[in-house]
Design a binder for this molecule. Sequence first.
Ligand code: PRP
Length: 188
Amino acid sequence: MRLEPLISERRIRSRVADIAERIDSDYRGEPLSLVVVLKGAYVFAADLVRRIEMPCTVDFVTATSYGRATRSSGRVTIRGIDRLEVVGRRVLVIEDILDTGLTGAAIFEQLAPCKPADIMFCTLLRKPGAISRELPVLYAGFDIPNDFVVGYGMDYAERYRNLRDIRRLIFDSRDAEPEADKASDRLP
Ligand code: PRP
């Protein structure tokens, strides 16, 4: 198993600044609530909010579905939506990655009854599987191929979130598909 560079720190920084500028322009004068999806989006969100100049609130929810595996379990557990106060506000959900799009769809479904003015998505990365799902994505930093990626907040079995760039995790042919509960034992 090895890591290969995919998106450099410099490209990320520049794209984050572009997105923040567009948010300022698109939402100007409107009540904006950013809803950050933990854990993966924490680094992206921290950089993005510091670039946004207009007033906005920032809240956090957690969503998990991958555990220690590289594929979605298909079951998304979301916590924290009940604490949000977004009635009549425009909600922008901040995601690190839309992969299968299952997490985004589940969040949309659970947020809608909170009666926000609207719900849009801002994701740093988007994979092909999420494009076919009809989520209202207003900002997508990078469309990437179907590789498993880590860094800049994203993990494999809770590791690599601290990398400053984004890298592909490559499994060698001799690596068996990681077992969900043993993945951390396989790390170098
Ligand atoms: C990851 C990622 C997204 C979601 C995207 O979360 O942070 O929230 O999966 O995948 P999907 O589009 O296929 O649903 P994960 O379950 O790994 O939890 P984490 O953010 O705490 O690492």
